[in-house]
Design a protein around this ligand. Structure first.
Ligand SMILES: Cc1cc2nc3c(=O)[nH]c(=O)nc-3n(C[C@H](O)[C@H](O)[C@H](O)COP(=O)(O)OP(=O)(O)OC[C@H]3O[C@@H](n4cnc5c(N)ncnc54)[C@H](O)[C@@H]3O)c2cc1C
Length: 467
């Protein structure tokens, strides 16, 4: 990988076609097709499936969040749920994900949603018979100074109040759990047995299948062009162009549009304080001595985040400065696309990771991956009914950790939509906490750049509240 700051493996990273299974997108039958109402090339929607004229709820967006919401709506007895995806399920941000289901979050509400996801993913496999790749290898957390060890000790106490196990382990146990780790500089280490990982694309497909089993209609290649609003209430959604333009009458919509959410909501006069931001990770070649089932490895203070996948390691890379992307609108046709990876993003992490896992000095870099993620002004999710339009729900601003909360968000949003009341404990994530001024672009650019990444700030993590 890198040896004394020098790359020893061919660069740049190989194109997706030769990337590992861990990061290459699944080929989907509809992948090459154009979305109705987006490029104008295709007005064929949903591969010829019949489109309902009305629905109880329409979910806009077939990423991990929209598909989970659709499933949980059917679990609560709504069978007239329609999910519309502009291209292919998972083709936005979801397929990029490293798939970690982390429990340590800056807000206890987010932690509870992640805990619920930990339960949801095994339920999902049982319901659909599809493997999501979900497992709980646990997380080994390193502290490389006494101050950091004390910070983790404090974190452990706060997490315990939320029902999350995290306990100190000695150096022998560190070696047992992660034999390739350099430990001479460690001041302490902790283990969290319940953190997990999943395969994002398998997970989104399983959510969609569960929704269909529950009676939902899931249509790909169907771009929603607008929400029909009458007297301040949702009255339907529009899709298609020209003569193939159609309306589905409905009183409730959920916008789960990821990086498209800001521009889509603006069409209805809703200003959402979210922006796409670049996020990255890299994948190594097979690492000698790596055994399947290795725990996730974290150093919160050094931003180290490593997951084992089929004998390779995927390593999260933080940007020196979080970079907003496509603030004037996501390019038309964006589908399973990745962004150019800037080598400078990876250099600092490559050096850090070789210090912690020295064998990586002799291991090749298989691929780098950079994708856009929808980050909110405070790095917390935007959930719930927008105060300006009755029946217009949103579930967006996943800020780098949406896969890991997908089950909890689907569960909570379905309750919110069906009962019309915010479930307990979600005040800090309610979209109503923001005003239109928060979404003004100049302010938002600054806030989002600062907020991105703070989702892993353990000093802010999880002080219990009951709001
Ligand atoms: C490099 C990287 C690594 C990551 N690693 C992790 C991780 O380890 N753990 C974790 O929890 N999270 C991780 N994330 C974040 C996670 O991937 C996202 O939070 C999550 O996938 C967001 O899901 P979503 O459904 O909100 O958005 P998306 O997956 O983008 O789905 C939105 C969907 O809406 C569709 N859509 C948009 N507009 C319309 C319209 N008008 N009509 C119809 N459909 C529309 C889009 O086509 C898209 O499919 C990572 C992200 C990146 C970029």
């Amino acid at each position: 990988m890198y040896s004394a700051g020098k790359r020893t493996h061919a660069s740049p990273a190989p194109p997706l076609a030769v990337m590992s299974d861990a990061v290459a997108p699944r080929t989907m039958s509809s992948r090459a097709a154009g979305p109705a109402g987006e490029s104008g090339k295709s007005e064929q929607s949903g591969a010829g499936q019949a489109h309902p004229a009305s629905a109880g709820v329409v979910v806009i967006g077939g990423g991990v969040i929209g598909c989970s919401i659709a499933w949980y709506l059917t679990e609560l007895g709504c069978s007239d749920v329609v999910l519309l995806e502009r291209r292919s399920l998972g083709c936005g941000t979801t397929w990029h994900s490293q798939g970690l289901v982390g429990l340590v979050r800056p807000d206890p509400a987010m932690t509870r949603l992640a805990l619920r996801t930990n339960e949801a993913l095994p339920e999902l496999e049982a319901r659909t018979g599809l493997s999501t790749g979900f497992r709980r290898p646990g997380t080994l957390v390193c502290a490389s100074s006494e101050a950091r060890r004390r910070a983790l000790d404090g974190l452990a106490k706060r997490q315990a109040a939320l029902g999350i196990g995290i306990h100190a382990i000695d150096v022998d146990e560190v070696h047992e759990r992660w034999p390739l780790l350099e430990t001479s500089d460690l001041a302490g280490a902790f283990f969290m047995p319940d953190e997990g990982q999943t395969n994002p694309l398998d997970t989104v497909l399983a959510y969609a299948k569960a929704a269909k089993i529950g009676g939902a209609t899931v249509l790909e290649n169907t771009a929603v062009t607008g929400v029909v609003i009458r007297d301040g209430r949702v009255a339907g959604v529009e899709y298609g162009v020209g003569e193939s333009a159609r309306v589905i009458a409905c009183e409730r919509v959920v916008l789960a549009g990821g990086i498209w959410s800001r521009e889509f909501a603006a069409r209805s006069g809703i200003a959402l304080p979210v922006l796409p931001v670049e996020q990255s990770y890299f994948v190594t070649e097979p690492v000698p001595g790596i055994v399947p089932g290795l725990p996730i490895l974290r150093d919160y203070h050094e931003d180290i985040l490593v997951r084992e996948d089929g004998g390779r390691l995927t390593v999260g890379a933080t940007h020196e400065r979080e970079r907003p992307w496509a603030v004037d609108g996501v390019p038309a046709g964006f589908c399973f696309d990745e962004l150019p990876s800037d080598p400078e993003t990876f250099e600092p992490m490559l050096e850090k990771i070789v210090q912690r896992i020295p064998i990586l000095a002799d291991v090749g870099l298989r691929a780098t991956l950079t994708g856009p993620e929808c980050v909110s002004a405070d790095a917390r999710y935007l959930l719930g009914e927008h105060p300006s339009i009755a029946g217009y729900f949103v579930a967006t601003g996943m800020s780098g950790v949406g896969v890991g909360s997908s089950g909890g968000i689907g569960h909570a949003m379905a309750q919110w939509i069906v009962t019309g009341r915010r479930p307990d404990g979600l005040a800090s994530l309610d979209v109503a906490r923001f005003t239109a001024a928060d979404a003004e672009l100049g302010t938002l650019l600054k806030r989002v750049s600062a907020a991105a990444g703070s989702v892993f700030d353990i000093d802010a993590a999880a002080l219990p509240t009951t709001a």
